[in-house]
Design a protein around this ligand. Sequence first.
Ligand code: 5AD
Ligand code: SF4
Length: 335
Amino acid sequence: MSIKKITQIFALDPWELTEADILTVLQTPWQVLAPYARSLAEAHKGRHVFVRGLVEFSNICRRNCRYCGLRFQNKNLHRYRLTQEEILQAVACARQAGVDTVVLQSGEVPCAAWLGEVVRQIKSQFNLPVTLSVGEHSAEDYALWRDAGADRYLIKHETADAALYAALHPGHSLQERLRAIGTLQHLGYEVGGGFMIGLPGQNLAILARDILLCRDLRLSMIGAGPFLAQDDTPLAGERNGTTEMTLRTMAALRLANPEANIPATTALATLDAQNGQANGLWAGGNVLMPSFTPPEAAALYTIYDNKNRVSVRNAAAVIESLGMTHPLKMPDSEY
Ligand code: 5AD
Ligand code: SF4
């Protein structure tokens, strides 16, 4: 690694970047990359941090992703679904705190009409963009939610390697996932995607392709967090992704996607409670996603172990410590 080489790569247009360039970046310490990534982020996104309010409304899921604690075959988990009133209450808290959008997230289950009604309620009661993150569904269901007022959709490609994708998602393919992303974009959603870092079976070349795939998909938002082994999954005991590689990846993502919104993920904050979010913003991120899920429910949303809870207070403090701005208003009571 030479500074001259890194300076040259960070001066390239995203569409000129090759896999070799990304590999060079991924082999460079994150502290070297951070000033380049931060200055790109500031040139394209300013010093403002967008804040998404996360509402994890159900942990019920029909899929069996091998890395995730919410997988259908995990019988060690009490399943919940919040009522419409509980969701609206959580959204009211998020609205009051000043978030830019609410993200309604759950496992994947058929819920077209019910969720459409929830979206309609939120849009009529609160003046907020609504983001859905509820997995793969038919074009008809995606269209129904769009008609109900949903503005954005988060759906990660998880890994750009088709064989690894198939191994981690029994019965599913990367191709069908990419088709879902295309359908959502066609329907006019602003689509966010992303992938995991340090998945068992992943290597640097795959990670480089993950980063370039996000560019090629022209995603509005890109979430890339470390894989964290969950005890009740087939990947229990596997090695976790690292903060170092996550931060290198975030810097590379900023380089390849200068206009994208890039969150410092909750998974990164779980690996490094002290500095994860601040380092994520420093390495090119410009979004935080504090949780507004009621605590009893959040404790059951165990996609991975020891999940950190990013609070509004926490998010605001991190952003202010970096001299950046945010839309948050401090609540009188604790969330
Ligand atoms: N480690 C890290 N991230 C995970 N996700 C699911 N399981 C894990 C895990 N064990 C992420 C996936 C998915 C999102 C809901 O959470 O990227 O898209
Ligand atoms: Fe279900 Fe999503 Fe977990 Fe897969 S990652 S098991 S779809 S909640």
